[in-house]
Design a binder for this molecule. Structure first.
Ligand code: 5GP
Length: 195
């Protein structure tokens, strides 16, 4: 998605060979117009998939997931990282190791919002080693719901997650695939060029 890639080039900060900071439009401050276009693009790619729910994870998946939910006309659930007082019983849970925070979080979703007959679209901000997506897919399996696919705003193609998830036969659509962050420079995957 050209608009997203231009934004990454203009505002993204390469923190190391593996970490890209996009705090000005996705991870701290949010660009609503860009999120709207992202939501539209996800909806276009999955419009025929019969989706009934979107599942994301707090906090940075919520904005793109909500916009996709708006265009697909379906509710958006986000997995919680901490059990709040109001989220006490009847939960699906999975453990997720965070690539950026180097800690394991237990993520939870209330059984009230995910049912056997749901067709679920997973959306997250980044795909690195795939831990967050694995946790969300695990929760969908616990609910015995159907996974329609995974939508990612920025995939880091040089980390293992994307290949591993696709090898399982899961459809993964990433709006920008970064193939290298070496020498402080963002390089996108060729096949994405011009999209
Ligand atoms: P994974 O679970 O695929 O290893 O990592 C995905 C999660 O880690 C995302 O939800 C995102 O919050 C965070 N993440 C991974 N890599 C990056 C990165 O390069 N930049 C930022 N801002 N977040 C990242």
């Amino acid at each position: 998605m050209e608009q997203l890639k231009n934004k990454i080039l203009a505002e993204g900060k390469v923190l190391s060979d593996t970490v890209l900071k996009v705090d000005s439009f996705l991870n701290h401050q949010i660009d609503p117009e860009l999120m709207q276009e992202i939501g539209k693009e996800f909806a276009k790619r999955f419009e025929d998939a019969g989706i009934t729910k979107i599942l994301s994870i707090e906090s940075s998946g919520i904005a793109p997931a909500t916009m996709a939910g708006l265009y697909l006309g379906v509710p958006v659930i986000f997995a919680r990282k901490r059990k709040s007082l109001t989220l006490t019983d009847d939960l699906y849970s999975a453990n997720v190791y965070s690539f950026t925070k180097k800690e394991t979080n237990e993520i939870s979703v209330s059984k009230d919002f995910l049912k056997k007959d749901d067709v679920v679209f997973v959306i997250d901000d980044f795909l690195a080693n795939g831990q967050a997506v694995h946790g969300l897919v695990d929760i969908i399996r616990q609910a015995e719901a159907t996974l329609s696919g995974v939508g990612i705003v920025i995939e880091k193609g040089f980390q293992a997650g994307g290949a591993e998830i696709r090898e399982q036969g899961i459809r993964v659509e990433s709006l920008a695939i970064v193939d290298s962050l070496e020498n402080g420079e963002v390089r996108f995957r060729d096949e994405e060029a011009g999209k």
